[in-house]
Design a protein around this ligand. Structure first.
Ligand code: KG4
Ligand code: ZN
Length: 344
């Protein structure tokens, strides 16, 4: 029996931004997924890279320890360690990479490098033991919307992906966060816009939809338009945001979602693909999820939306990606270094 055929336990480690996470996958089924979120960045209005690295250093041992405990195994049971090599913050990636290297060496087990953006997409293949879960079939389209990226990806196979369009400036999550900051909300503002928008009227305020060529996106013009709009309204009424919070949030959220979907529809038509997935932190947005299901019904798509736990950064997605590479015997040596700008 080869190593790949025996029971396999893959430890996944994620440390690309401000979440330290560890997860265990047994034979492709998830056993644990522990996420330590770093609250320190809230007071600075965004992620401070050096503070993120330090927090990763503090969190990584207890997080891995808890993931192993929750999985009911010890480190001696592990078959391989998968870690995020990039893209992400260099110092943050170094913590996960160095930890994976040390553990791999001390346990004498192989290491698997994982691309964070591929992992967001492959999060769709995470399932628990005995869980009947519908999964997208290749080829499918995935709209990946996170704090650092906005990509329309044609997914031909687990590791055969083509980026058909992406943002030429701000990412969708970044747009949510920056507009939230303009309204005075703490970081990350995306979930707060989602929350306040629930009570609001999305037709109350009008924003221009960004226009870009092909399948690319742009959100920085919308952000400037929003900033000018808020400044102007606050000149007339200093309590404008507080009074109209719900309607402002609903209106800006609807503009972002409509922009995201316009290119998605175009790509699905061009490629004649009906399996449509979303991934990344912004796919946790409740309005986006609801609207995608509606659009899917209209277009006769099979829509795939990850469980909340696997939308934002998590090591479950790193472990499942690592598992599929492990099956192919794609390991990496101790000479590996993180790559902040790693591409799909
Ligand atoms: O994928 P992710 O956890 O980290 C990156 O790889 O960037 O995405 C984080 C982003 C943040 O910009 C955050 O505001 C956004 O996802 N986000 C949301 C929601 N939950 C997280 N944006 C809108 N609505 C949400 N419910
Ligand atoms: Zn991410």
């Amino acid at each position: 029996m080869t190593q790949q055929e025996a029971n396999s336990y893959i430890l996944g480690i994620e440390s690309s931004c401000d979440d330290t996470s560890a997860a265990v996958i047994k034979n492709g089924k998830i056993l644990s997924n522990v996420i330590a979120t770093q609250d320190i960045h809230k007071q600075y209005g965004g992620v401070v890279p050096e503070l993120a690295s330090r927090a990763h250093q503090q969190n990584i041992i207890p997080t891995v320890d808890l993931a192993l405990k929750k999985a009911g195994i010890t480190k001696k049971d592990l078959s391989a360690i998968a870690f995020t090599r990039g893209p992400g913050l260099m110092g943050a990636l170094l913590v996960g990479t160095s930890f994976a290297k040390a553990m791999s060496m001390s346990l004498n087990i192989p290491m698997v490098e994982v691309n964070h953006m591929q992992a967001h997409i492959l999060a769709h293949f995470i399932a628990k033991e005995g869980e009947e879960k519908a999964m997208p079939k290749f080829p499918f389209i995935c709209l990946t919307v996170s704090g650092g990226h906005t990509q329309l990806v044609l997914v031909k196979d687990y590791f055969d992906m083509e980026v058909m369009g992406e943002t030429i400036d701000d990412a969708a999550g970044e747009a949510f966060d920056k507009m939230a900051k303009i309204m005075g909300f703490p970081y990350p503002g995306g979930p707060l816009i989602d929350k306040f928008a629930k009570e609001g009227d999305k037709t109350r305020f009008d924003f221009t939809h960004p226009r870009t060529t092909g399948f690319d996106y742009s959100f920085s013009g919308l952000k400037t338009q929003f900033l000018n709009f808020i400044k102007k309204c606050e000149r007339d009424d200093p309590n404008f945001v507080e009074k109209h919070k719900a309607d402002i949030c609903a209106s800006i959220q609807a503009t972002i979602v409509k922009t995201l979907f316009s290119k998605l529809k175009k790509l699905a038509e061009q490629e004649n693909i009906k399996d449509i997935a979303i991934a990344g932190g912004v796919s946790a947005n409740s309005y986006l999820r609801k609207e995608l299901y509606k659009l899917g019904e209209k277009k006769d798509w099979n829509v795939f939306i990850p469980d909340f736990e696997y939308c934002t950064d998590n090591a479950g997605m790193i472990a499942i990606t690592g598992y599929h590479k492990f099956l192919k015997g794609e390991f990496i040596g101790q000479e590996v270094t993180p790559f902040a700008r790693l591409k799909i």
